[in-house]
Design a protein around this ligand. Structure first.
Ligand SMILES: Nc1ncnc2c1ncn2[C@@H]1O[C@H](COP(=O)(O)OP(=O)(O)O)[C@@H](O)[C@H]1O
Length: 318
């Protein structure tokens, strides 16, 4: 490793822990190691705790526990175990909320849980206090923006709320299948019920944050559960209105990297505006003898990802 990095942080996605026997994805072809995922998380925490230089924070990219827990009435216990494992680190953890958080919990419950990493008081995020979007500056001239890709969604929103109605209307307009989780035959296959998108209010807030960062010569790292670039994802796993989020990013200079999960396979591209899009391999589909986490070192001119297990090393120049 070269000179001392300005900042170092851990990254991990799609832990999807449940105290359940192995299962499969919807297609039946990919094994899901529900019980082992907690051990892989603990191994990741141990490795991060031993890092030198020490890490400054961790990004947990969503789907921390699996939807299976809700059906077994084990959501609170499963979450407690995941948070206990992460809590062994003496550094903050920033959490994105994914579809599996919403299979287990309402937004109101999440806002009261250890998965709510949005600073209290609300000033750091959009006006909707239940939206898990916020920004912070973990080091001089570096900003982290957490995006909530389920702000528009039929998951997590109260079915009596205008936001739910708006989301269902949009989903039905784009998805004509009887099963709204099915992307079969769609022109825009990301419009499935297990995805979501960004409200205009969140996009406006995001634009303001990036304007500030441009003016202050900051570098910005963006994270959220859903990928927003088609070259770092398959067509189904993208955020509904990923193009709107991309266009906000591309109207500014400050964003250097967008981190996401959800796909379970890794994805990466350097887009036409020089922004790195990194979609992490998911812990849940990682065999027990391997792992899927990483450490990112931030330098003046680049970020270096040290991957473990299924995640490859990568240098991302600014
Ligand atoms: N192609 C599909 N057609 C219909 N339902 C699907 C399809 N893919 C996934 N689903 C359903 O959507 C939900 C989310 O899928 P899942 O694979 O569990 O998401 P994740 O990858 O986030 O774990 C599940 O209830 C799953 O059964």
């Amino acid at each position: 490793m070269e000179a001392v990095p300005r900042v170092a942080f851990g990254v991990i996605a799609d832990i999807q822990f449940a105290d359940a026997d192995d299962g499969h994805d919807f297609g039946g072809s990919r094994r899901r190691y529900y019980r082992h995922s907690l051990r892989l998380l603990r191994d990741a925490v141990r490795a991060w705790a031993a890092e030198s230089p020490p890490i400054d924070f961790v990004l947990q990219l969503g789907d921390s526990i699996d939807g299976l827990n809700a059906r077994r009435d084990e959501a609170e216990g499963a979450l407690r175990q995941v948070l206990e494992a992460l809590g062994r680190l003496p550094v903050p953890v920033h959490h994105a909320w994914g579809n599996h958080e919403f299979y287990n919990f309402s937004r109101a419950r999440l806002a009261q849980s250890g998965l709510c990493s949005r600073p209290a008081g609300g000033a750091a995020g959009p006006p909707d206090g239940l939206c898990q979007a916020y920004h912070c500056s973990p080091a001089a001239r570096l900003r982290l923006v957490v995006l909530d890709a389920y702000d528009l969604s039929v998951l997590g929103r109260d079915p009596d709320s205008p936001r739910y109605e708006e989301s269902l209307r949009l989903l039905r307009e784009k998805n004509t299948n009887e099963d709204l989780n099915s992307p079969a035959g769609l022109k825009e296959p990301q419009f499935v019920a297990f995805n979501g998108g960004f409200s205009q209010a969140q996009l406006n807030w995001f634009d303001e944050v990036l304007k500030f960062s441009d003016e202050n010569q900051e570098k910005v790292v963006v994270m959220g559960h859903l990928p927003i670039h088609p070259d770092a994802s398959d067509r189904v796993c993208l955020a509904w209105n990923y193009e709107a989020a991309l266009s906000v990013i591309h109207s500014h200079r400050c964003v250097v990297c967008v981190l996401a999960g959800h796909l379970h396979d890794g994805g990466y591209c350097l887009d036409s505006h020089g922004v790195h899009h990194l979609t992490l391999e998911g812990v849940i589909e990682t065999p027990p003898e391997s792992n899927a986490f990483g450490t990112i070192y931030v330098y003046e001119d680049k970020m270096i990802l040290k991957g473990r297990g299924r995640i490859a090393d990568r240098v991302m120049q600014f």
